[in-house]
Design a protein around this ligand. Structure first.
Ligand SMILES: Nc1nc2c(ncn2[C@@H]2O[C@H](COP(=O)(O)OP(=O)(O)O)[C@@H](O)[C@H]2O)c(=O)[nH]1
Ligand SMILES: [Mg+2]
Length: 462
């Protein structure tokens, strides 16, 4: 019994629904091709088609009525994405045609694929491990080149290889320890085991493993940042140039810029890429005490946005400099500890920045001066103390991160126990637990619950 309950033939639309030149309906299952043959104009050709070939034909509906002219890519087990016999139907992209194709497939005995079911089958048939299965969704969701590149690395199996290599070393450490345990009755070994009290037989290798796991654990922040992105909020007094800066960063005139203070009453959001990091940038209403009810709501929303920001750009009007209102706000505690970048705007006609404002970035939303520096500062702030240019493969999902953390903690425990002079039979269980965690990352060790959560988050057709 598999997680999804059965091994029936499945079908799903793999492309976005709607009008388009083409749509791809994907099918898989041990009798998928025979079933499909019952509803095409060239049944014999399809039934006998070898793997990795294309068959041209019409998809037929009730009473063999024509539904669409298609080409069908045929795959034979085990050389397919799922490892089963499979066929991709390339039909025309439209709601009605896809609906009719799906209906005819249902009549031929296909059922709708559940989210992630194709990839799940690929995993069950040993086509890919869990890290590669996860990277499939990462590729689909990648918003910037950088996110895509690191997802490709995981799809190519780099993470799987790295985890396996670490695991092998850990197994070696464990085997060394267990050798002593197995032969502890033996007099010769006992003498040696006593000599080894307070250290693992392969202490240096265990330390190497701990360092490699630490590196993977540290990589998560960066991978997540490039994948999921961050939230930046522009704040500041009315008329400081927030909307102008927003427009400059978005590179189009989206926010309304006016000379009347208090124009942006609600907030606007745009998705931009800052040095490869997907950023949701929000322009907010000017923060000030206002009698106007609508503006007041805008100010409240600004404050709400600020509480969930990963970075805040606080804009100061460089022609007036820091005012009492700025200082009051900056000291009000509204920022909840989120990193703050102070921006001295209107550099084109501003006064010189006072010397004690050294941390400020001087820009002109009008001319574009200083914007590159500001972007670099935003990226730097989001990356925090991590190495954004690290070329090594990293962990991308919370599932992977949790297991790496666990394996790291167990390895560190084992090393600490060894340092404290504990016997090997006290140390070995921690090492074994660490090995299991690594096995769970790639899916060698897996339970239905884990698979359920993981594949359930996929989109249908994947
Ligand atoms: N000279 C100059 N004027 C600017 C600059 N940025 C904004 N402004 C002007 O300042 C005024 C207020 O800008 P706006 O973006 O609406 O400010 P907001 O209220 O903070 O959103 C407008 O007249 C803008 O043209 C700048 O860099 N240089
Ligand atoms: Mg504005």
């Amino acid at each position: 019994m598999t997680l999804y309950g059965d091994d029936s033939s499945i079908a799903a639309l793999a492309t976005p629904p709607g009008r388009g030149a083409l749509a791809v309906v994907r099918t898989s299952g041990k009798d998928a091709i025979d079933r499909l043959a019952s509803c095409v104009s060239a049944p014999r050709k399809l039934k006998t088609a070898p793997g990795n070939t294309i068959v041209y034909g019409w998809i037929l509906g009730k009473n063999r009525s024509r539904i669409d002219e298609t080409v069908i890519s045929v795959y034979r087990a085990p050389k397919s994405y799922t490892g089963e016999d499979a066929a991709d139907i390339s039909c025309h992209g439209g709601y009605a045609v896809v609906h009719a194709v799906m209906e005819t497939l249902h009549n031929a005995g296909f059922r709708d694929a559940l989210p992630g079911e194709f990839t799940f089958r690929a995993f069950m048939n040993n086509k890919i491990d869990l890290t590669r299965a996860e990277s499939v969704m990462e590729i689909v969701s990648a918003q910037t080149g950088r996110a895509h590149t690191s997802a490709v690395r995981r799809l190519s199996g780099d993470l799987e290889a790295e985890i396996r290599a670490i695991k092998e070393k850990l197994v070696q450490v464990l085997a060394g320890a267990e050798l002593f345990l197995d032969y502890s009755e033996d007099e010769y070994m006992e003498t040696n085991a006593n000599e080894h009290a307070g250290s693992l037989p392969d202490q240096a290798l265990a330390r190497e493993v701990r360092a490699a796991l630490q590196h993977l654990a540290d990589s998560f922040h960066i991978e997540k940042l490039y994948q999921e992105g961050a939230r930046a909020v522009i704040a500041g007094r009315p008329n400081a140039g927030k909307s102008s800066l927003f427009n400059r960063l978005v590179k189009e005139d989206r926010a309304i810029v006016t000379e009347t203070p208090g124009t942006t009453r609600d907030w606007l959001e745009a998705r931009i890429a800052v040095e490869g990091i997907p950023v949701r940038l929000a322009d907010t209403a000017g923060i000030r005490d206002s009698g106007d009810a609508v503006e007041k709501i805008g100010v409240e929303r600004s404050l709400e946005l600020i509480t969930c920001a990963d970075v805040i750009l606080y804009i100061v009007d460089g022609t007036t400099g820091l005012t009492a209102e700025d200082t009051q706000f900056l000291h009000s505690g509204a920022f909840h500890g989120a990193p703050l970048i102070m921006v001295w705007n209107k550099a084109d006609c501003a006064r010189e920045m006072p010397e004690n404002h050294a941390g400020m970035v001087r820009v002109s939303a009008k001319t574009g001066e200083g914007i590159a520096t500001l972007c670099a500062r935003i990226a730097e702030t989001l990356v925090a103390d991590h190495d954004a240019h690290d070329e090594r493969v990293g962990v991308a999902s919370t599932r992977q991160k949790t297991l790496i953390d666990k394996a790291l903690a167990c390895t560190a425990d084992a090393l600490a126990l060894a340092d404290a002079g504990q016997a090997l039979d006290i140390i070995a269980p921690s090492l074994r637990e660490a090995v299991n965690c690594l096995g769970e990352i790639t899916g060698e060790v897996s339970t239905a619950d884990i698979l359920d959560v993981m594949f359930g988050s996929f989109c249908v057709g994947k």
